[in-house]
Design a protein around this ligand. Structure first.
Ligand code: CO8
Length: 258
């Protein structure tokens, strides 16, 4: 039984599936959803038995954005003093690899939540956008930054200034998503990707994630230096010995995640 009201958590082997569950509001991200998604993900992140976390929504909506009705009456002091949306930043601190499996609407905060994940898989029904400007606001969960890093200035400006949406094909072409799959295959494919990642050495996967993420935070020279240090560090793991021995012995590796 899951202790959450707006999120379902299921575990299969080393993989966890987190499903947003606010069907009456197309999974609009109110503060409760934020607290629960972040708490559930952090709890899974602390669990050494979990190697990859999939976040998904419904067929119609991954998430249709932050909850507009909840935000409508808020003033600047309400937003500032409560650090509105601040908790989402903690999702970016999660060290376990995450996969977003997006079907249907991923708008505003929904698109931003997907971009907080490490691997982004889209159903052919997926619709991405940052339409906040149509409501008289701007993205507030990192959209202007992560979308720009993902697809470049041209499309980021286009989406953020006009509020238009992007279908799955355009999103893949632009580099926002890594793969597009038929809608009825989305969960199967996402769980297969997660199982693959979860089958790798967890500390090594964590370091690979950390190294890629570093590319968005630093210069090329510093990033390469950081990667080199981590590369040297993986030689302290039992899993490096096992992975390389298994290759030489022509057998599959059995990682112990140490
Ligand atoms: N917030 C609250 N409720 C929502 C939201 C939302 N983002 N999206 C949908 N809903 C609700 C609808 O109000 C409706 O509820 P009800 O049945 O009670 O009227 C229910 O979900 C079903 O929605 P629709 O009837 O509208 O479904 P349709 O299939 O007709 O349309 C759409 C689907 C096109 C996705 C439409 O719902 C829509 O345009 N939604 C809003 C999309 C949007 O603008 N998202 C961006 C929100 S803003 C944001 O994410 C970031 C704000 C950053 C602020 C920064 C602060 C720090």
């Amino acid at each position: 039984a899951t202790p959450y009201e707006t999120v379902l958590v299921e575990r299969t082997g080393r993989t966890a599936l987190l499903t947003l569950n606010r069907p009456g509001a197309l999974n609009a991200l109110n503060l409760r959803v934020m607290e629960e998604v972040v708490a559930a993900t952090e709890a899974l992140d602390r669990d050494p038995e979990i190697g990859c976390i999939v976040i998904t929504g419904s067929a119609k909506a991954f998430a249709a954005g932050a909850d507009i009705k909840e935000m409508q009456p808020q003033g600047y002091m309400d937003m500032y003093l409560s650090d509105w949306f601040g908790a989402w930043d903690r999702l970016g601190q999660v060290r376990t690899p995450t996969v977003a499996a997006v079907s249907g609407y991923a708008l505003g905060g929904g698109c931003e939540l997907a971009m907080l994940c490490d691997i982004l898989l889209a159903a052919d029904t997926a619709v991405f956008g940052q339409p906040e400007i149509k409501l008289g606001v701007i993205p507030g969960i990192g959209g202007s930054q992560r979308l720009t890093r993902a697809v470049g200035k041209a499309k980021a400006m286009d989406l953020c200034l006009t509020g238009r949406t992007m279908d799955a094909t355009e999103a893949e072409r632009a580099g926002l998503v890594s793969r597009v799959v038929p809608a009825d295959r989305l969960l199967v494919e996402a769980l297969a990707v997660a199982e693959t990642v979860a089958g790798m050495s967890k500390p090594v996967a964590m370091m690979a994630k950390e190294a890629v993420d570093r590319a968005f935070e630093t210069t090329l020279a510093e990033g390469v230096r950081f990667e080199r240090r981590l590369f040297h560090a993986v030689f302290a793991t039992a899993d490096q010995k096992e992975g390389m021995s298994a290759f030489a012995e022509k057998r599959p590796p059995t990682f112990t995640h140490r």
